[in-house]
Design a binder for this molecule. Structure first.
Ligand code: SF4
Length: 492
């Protein structure tokens, strides 16, 4: 069932595997009179792993505890370890697991992670550029967007966007992640022109940009098809799309939390078109608001079904709802909205994602921005294998009340990974390993020298919304009139 690994790994897997068998043994005991007592059966393989009585006792205790996993949870976990595809009902059952069932889930996800991607945990050196917070939509979970008339509406001029990209490149970033609001009256080709302008200055940087919602908006404003718009983005140099604006892929739920948002069908149309054209995307879920475990499990199965058809998802990223400043919570817009997921729920989501997507999506990313470095570390021990990016300017979660800052430098990401007992590696956006940092390899990189107050150098979202220089009301007209280049695809 489980491939043998290094000695340390083998101990964990074997303990779990045996405990699952023990549970099965209990279920079968009435029909199997020759069943050997579990303790006796397992005493021998475990003994060589410990040299003193106390440690042996600890292992025996863990085994006893895991033997208490309920039969239905044990059966599902066993199926996962046998590489079987879990159903929505099974995923939902695991998302509700508590106590020992939950601990067994974490161990199973950890075992599958190790079997799939080994002990390396990755990160990417990147910068977020959220170039405007002005948006024509009013998603009730979004604290980032502003109306174009509001004082706090900002729009970064093109030269500032390029300056930020160049600064990131000089500091070792390989990627810029570009997402923003949907500004009114935007020139249809703006995303394409922006991509071309960045690539002209930085031909080797990876542009991870433009959510399905933005691609759809660009195509509508350009009066062209989604495919034509994507072709324009690809030719301009977009390397991949963020699979955001997914939230929960259930139309009824979307109509409650973000009426007017890109529909499920439109999201699928953009994502599958991108995949067909060779543009990879991430995949995401936003959880911890008004959805149920069943919605979450169904979302995972939905993502899995798309991946079976296209193979275009690079990773799955659970994003827990940050409630503090979200209008749906702060203004009481939605009955029953929760204050985000609990710690247990966050870790379970990563673990169940590992199990349900097993065999289809190899990389499960945990977001330190949403969960904080400490919970992120726990997720690394329950199925996750990636910590996301350094980010440099995180705005969207920060505006919603996330407290974890806007930058985690590479050395700190490596420390988090090493403290979780894993080997850190820097990757590209598409998960090619750039550098595996074996023990003792811990260089100081330019971003590590920024210090404890990155906002002094890079600015911050809270400062940005106060700056008169970038006020949307003043800048939008100028920006619309100053394209970075012509778009062959734009019909405007
Ligand atoms: S989530 Fe995106 S589309 Fe919705 S209001 Fe916020 S910025 Fe606009």
């Amino acid at each position: 069932m489980v491939e043998p690994g290094p000695a340390h790994n083998k101990r964990v897997e074997t303990t779990h595997e045996l405990s699952l068998r023990r549970t099965q043994g209990k279920r079968n005991s009435s029909s199997d009179p020759s069943a050997v007592p579990v303790g006796a059966r397992h005493a021998s393989p475990l003994q060589p792993l410990t040299s003193d009585g106390a440690a042996r006792e600890a292992v025996a205790t863990v085994e006893r505890l895991l033997g208490g996993v309920s039969p239905d949870a044990a059966r599902i976990l066993e199926r996962a370890l046998e590489d079987r595809e879990l159903t929505v009902e099974e995923g939902g059952r695991l998302l509700e697991a508590k106590g020992l069932d939950m601990m067994a889930l974490f161990l199973t996800a950890d075992a599958l992670r190790r079997r799939t991607v080994g002990d390396v945990a990755t990160y990417v050196v990147n910068r977020n550029i959220n170039f405007t917070n002005v948006c024509i939509k009013r998603c009730t979970f979004c604290a980032f967007s502003r109306d174009h008339r509001e004082e706090e509406g900002y729009l970064l001029p093109l030269e500032e966007i390029i300056r930020r990209a160049k600064e990131a490149w000089d500091l070792g970033a390989t990627e810029v992640c570009i997402q923003a609001g949907l500004p009114p009256k935007m020139k249809g080709s703006f995303y394409i022109d922006l991509t071309r302008a960045i690539k002209k200055e930085l031909p080797d940087i990876h542009i991870h940009g433009f959510s399905p919602e933005e691609v759809l908006y660009g195509s509508i404003r350009s009066r062209c098809t989604v495919e034509e718009y994507l072709q324009g983005l690809k030719e301009a140099g977009v390397g991949s799309l963020p699979g955001t604006s997914a939230e929960i892929l259930d139309q009824e739920m979307r109509d409650r939390i973000s009426p007017g948002r890109i529909t499920v069908d439109q999201w699928v149309q953009v994502i599958t078109a991108a995949h067909r054209m060779g543009i990879p995307t991430t995949s995401t879920i936003m959880f911890g608001h008004v959805e149920t475990p069943w919605h979450q499990a169904r979302h995972l199965a939905f993502i899995r079904d798309i991946q079976k058809q296209t193979g275009g998802f690079t990773e799955f990223v659970p994003l827990s709802f940050v409630y503090l400043e979200a209008p749906m919570y702060r203004e009481g817009l939605l009955e029953g909205v929760r204050r985000g997921a609990t710690g247990d729920e966050v870790v379970k989501m990563h673990a169940v994602a590992r199990l349900m997507l097993h065999g289809y999506i190899k990389n499960i990313q945990v977001s330190w921005v949403k969960e904080g470095p400490k919970v992120a570390q726990l997720c690394l021990e329950a199925g996750a294998n990636d910590l996301g990016g350094t980010l440099i300017n995180e705005s969207i979660s920060t505006s919603a009340g996330a407290q974890y800052g806007q930058l985690v430098p590479p050395r700190e990401l490596r420390r988090i990974i090493r403290d979780a007992g894993r080997t850190p590696a820097e990757r590209t956006t598409t998960y090619r390993l750039r550098h595996v940092f074996e023990a003792g390899d811990d260089p100081i990189e330019p971003l590590d020298l920024v210090g404890d107050h990155p906002e002094e150098r890079f600015g911050s979202y809270h400062r940005l919304v106060k700056m008169a220089d970038y006020r949307f009301r003043n800048a939008s007209e100028q920006q619309r009139k100053a394209p970075a280049g012509d778009s062959a695809r734009s019909k405007e």
